[in-house]
Design a protein around this ligand. Structure first.
Ligand code: HMG
Ligand code: MG
Length: 298
């Protein structure tokens, strides 16, 4: 069941930076995203068109979008919470809009200031408008295993949001282990339900590595035939509205696993290493990726 080819979406410039205290200058972001565009990765989530008061680290999303050098083999996406975000994103340039909400009522409220039921029509409007502009739309569902405020989230709660986003027209869905708490048996139980409802090539898994379980969970997902994952270079990342959430699983570590298993990604390790070191130097702190430490010159 394990795939021969896996597609990684690089979320470092978005999920990776959104929680960083140090503001990375627009110029450095652009230089870094341009490096990422030449690693062989096929999708980059380059920023968020949210309220800059909520996410100051990405307040320059529009400027970044306008200045990056687009590689025609890369799809550029960004987070879009509402119509205002979509207008800005389209002006800055996106190939794909990523709408987002939570399976947990409390996390949804803390993160986007709405109940789940208030969120659906807002996202639907974005989905419809984005499609009219010829853009694809990814739907993120957060806290699919556990919520930092409510604890355990049931597959039924996830399915409710999942089904509605599909009905409202998203092209694919990214399932987020926002606080990095899942173990492989939880991934199996969720995928058993999800794969009954939606083709596996439209499912993306988004693991944070808070407890070091992300690689085990990715291995489990691979055995279910999942071919798409969100990863962040160096293991950067975390949601400011999910206390205790650590970084995304590191692109570097996932590449070590995939390439070691003989699964192709089209991504060049050496270039990922260079881009990791670039942002590590800009942030002025060691990135959490385990395999980066073994890469030459890190
Ligand atoms: P709100 O305050 O409820 O919005 O925020 P509002 O519609 O009432 O508007 C209030 C003000 O915000 C107004 O400005 C709007 O113009 C402005 P004012 O008149 O007061 O000056 N505003 C905006 N400004 C710029 N861009 C916009 C925008 N929308 C409204 N798009 C909102 C609602 C959703 C905007 C807010 O809650 C927000 O920005 N939340 C962002 C939270 C966020 O980015 N969280 C992190 C990403 S999610 C994540 O990390 C999880 C994920 O990685 C998956 C996983 O790990 O599970 C995806
Ligand atoms: Mg995330």
């Amino acid at each position: 069941n394990r795939p021969d080819f896996v597609q990684l979406k690089e979320v470092g410039p978005r999920d990776g930076l959104q929680n960083e205290k140090k503001f990375i200058s627009t110029e450095d972001k652009v230089a870094w995203i341009d490096m990422l565009s030449n690693t062989g990765v096929t999708e980059i989530e380059y920023s968020s068109f949210v309220n800059p008061k909520w996410i100051p680290a990405l307040a320059d999303a529009k400027e970044v979008g306008k200045r990056i050098k687009r590689n025609p083999s890369v799809r550029y996406s960004a987070l879009v919470p509402n119509m205002k975000g979509l207008e800005n994103a389209i002006e800055a340039g996106i190939d794909r809009a990523s709408v987002f909400m939570s399976a947990s009522e409390t996390h949804n409220m803390k993160n986007i200031n709405k109940t789940i039921d208030q969120t659906f029509p807002v996202l639907k409007e974005v989905i419809v408008a984005a499609k009219e502009e010829g853009k694809k739309v990814t739907g993120y569902v957060s806290t699919v295993f556990d919520c930092p405020y409510e604890g355990s989230i049931s597959p039924e709660q996830v399915i409710r949001v999942f089904d509605r986003l599909i009905e409202d027209g998203v092209d694919d869905i990214s399932l987020g282990d926002t606080i990095g708490s899942a173990v492989p048996s939880q991934v199996e139980s969720l995928l058993d339900e999800i794969l009954k409802r939606f083709p596996k090539d439209k499912i993306i898994l988004h693991f944070h590595d808070t407890r070091g379980m992300a690689i085990a969970n990715i291995m489990t997902s691979l055995n279910y035939g999942i071919t798409r994952f969100d990863t962040a270079i160096g293991g950067l990342g975390g949601c400011p509205y999910a206390p205790g959430a650590a970084g995304n699983v590191a692109t570097n570590d996932v590449l070590y696993l995939l390439h070691g298993l003989g699964i192709k990604t089209g991504i060049q390790d050496k270039k990922i290493q260079e881009a990791s070191i670039f942002i590590q130097n800009k942030l002025g702190k060691k990135l959490p990726s385990r395999s980066l430490a073994f890469m030459e010159g890190s």
